[in-house]
Design a protein around this ligand. Structure first.
Ligand SMILES: [Cu+2]
Length: 156
């Protein structure tokens, strides 16, 4: 039950932090940027991965709570971990991005699990997705499908 406890404690920490603030939440303004979203080729009906870097340019923590894509049945946030020499992954409810900080979604770490692809992904395709944050911000991202090495630098 570790994943659930982690998610709950994270949610509590964020709620506690938010409750002391007098200012209203800043609706749709996104302080978190999605850098270098990318994915791997995958066949329709199966699952794909989504990798990216979340960079928080704001002064408050923000929390990625939900990801949706019209190209898939659902999208989950997962965390890979090594236990007893075996790599496994578990769903996480939310991912916190500290102010001025970055969280990397990459091989062997956090990743998006793009579940139930509605079409086959080939190199050169893009997977559109909407990322929803606790602040109310919604960020659009397009995951570039690549069959080669991970991109090493942001495109812009
Ligand atoms: Cu996964």
């Amino acid at each position: 039950m570790k994943p659930l406890l982690f998610a709950l404690s994270l949610a509590c920490a964020v709620a506690a932090q938010g409750s002391g603030l007098a200012a209203p939440k800043t609706g749709g303004h996104a302080a978190v940027e999605v850098l270098q979203p990318w994915s791997r080729p995958a066949v329709a009906g199966t699952n794909a991965v989504g990798y990216m870097v979340l960079a928080n340019r704001g002064r408050r923590v923000d929390v990625l709570e939900k990801v949706e894509s019209p190209a898939a049945a659902s999208v989950e946030m997962h965390e890979s971990s090594m236990a007893g020499g075996i790599m496994s992954m578990k769903p996480v409810e939310a991912v916190s991005v500290p102010p001025g900080g970055q969280v990397t979604f990459g091989p062997g770490a956090y990743h998006l699990m793009i579940i139930g692809l509605k079409r086959t992904l080939k190199a050169g395709d893009e997977v559109p997705a909407t990322l929803s944050f606790a602040s109310g911000a919604k960020v659009q991202a397009r995951f570039a499908v690549t069959s080669g090495a991970a991109p090493s630098a942001p495109h812009s």
